[in-house]
Each structure stands twice: as C-alpha cells, then as structure tokens.
Design a protein around this ligand. Structure first.
Ligand SMILES: [Zn+2]
Length: 188
C-alpha cells in the first residue's frame, strides 16, 4: 500500500481521498492502486529509480487506454537512458507514453558558451572571406541582410539537425543563426 501510494503520488492521492472519504472500506482504493501499478509494470519492463514519485495516477488516467509494446518501450527507455544529452531522466517515461513528441520533458542539454563562440568565430571568418552574411540562411537570401555580419549577441544557437530527429549536441551539429532565422526554424 505504501508503495502504491508512492507510485500514484502527488496531488492525485489528496483528490482521491477527499472524493472517497466516506467510503466504508478501502477496497475500491486498493483496486484503483492495483490497476495503476499493474498498468505501469505492464508497460515498463524495466524498473528504474527515477520512476519513484512520478505522477503515475495522472499518467494512468491520460495514457492507459493506449496500446504499448513493452519490448519497444524498453528499447526506448534504454536508448534515452544512454543518451548523454537527456538531462531530466524523470521525464523519459512521460515522453515515451506521449509517443516521443514533447522533448521539453527531457530538458535536452544545450550548447555551452565556448562551443557557441568557437562556432561563431569560424562561421564569421568564413563568411567575411566570401563576402556573405555570417547567418547561413541570410546568406542564401536576396535582401539587404545577404551580406550582413551579425554580432555574437545578435545570434542564436541552433541544432543543424534537430535533437528530436537524431541530431546531437556537438560542434558538428551546431550553427549560429540570426534571430529571425532561428525563430523561423522552430523545432529544436
Ligand atoms: Zn539570418
């Protein structure tokens, strides 16, 4: 029971308890907890320490009607656990349940300042030599910004291939873009 409470956890318990405070037995509560625990252990073969204290009650309500392949889920868990760019491992489970869409849950690591400055320097000196803008997308355009050299502070870092599509957070996948083009590209 203690374990079930921990698994269902956060907020849901209070709600549930107040809705059922006049029940004369706890069998319904037990059944509910068992459903949650059974669902979680059915979907996730692996038991990771980060699974403790997640809002399993909410996740159960939100996702238990979807079908998941536990073997496939397990492979996804392992892949994300071994990805050094995933900062928030607690977010892995909801990310997977939501069909790998909400990358914000993972708090993917961003490029550090040293990387940004080094990429900026290389991009800028190459651009100057060619007489083009140091924003590679401005350089492709046909307006006044075609030859514009942006300051470091005016540029934003970008994953050339978005992390969510397999792009890594390394120098080879880093480029600096002007504000407008960084916004236009969107998907980080
Ligand atoms: Zn640009």
């Amino acid at each position: 029971m203690e374990c079930a409470l921990d698994w269902v956890s956060k907020g849901n318990i209070g709600d549930y308890m107040s809705r059922h405070r006049y029940d004369d037995n706890i069998s319904e509560l037990k059944t509910y907890f068992n459903s949650v625990v059974n669902w979680v252990s059915g979907v996730f073969i692996d038991v990771e320490s980060e699974m403790r204290g997640l809002e399993w009650g909410r996740l159960y309500e939100q996702y238990h009607k979807q079908a998941y392949d536990p073997a496939k889920i397990s492979a996804q868990v392992h892949k994300l656990y071994s990805d050094p760019y995933v900062k928030n491992r607690k977010g892995i489970f909801e990310y997977i349940l939501g069909s790998l869409v909400d990358t914000k849950l993972l708090e993917v690591r961003v490029f550090d300042d040293a990387t940004k400055k080094s990429v900026y320097a290389t991009q800028t000196s190459t651009a100057k030599a060619k007489g083009e803008s140091n924003c590679p997308l401005c350089a492709l355009g046909h307006d006044a910004n075609k030859g514009k050299i942006w300051n470091f502070e005016e540029m934003y870092v970008d994953h050339v291939a978005a992390w969510s599509k397999g792009g890594v957070t390394s120098v080879s996948n880093c480029q600096m873009l002007c504000k407008t083009h960084n916004r236009a590209k969107g998907n980080r």
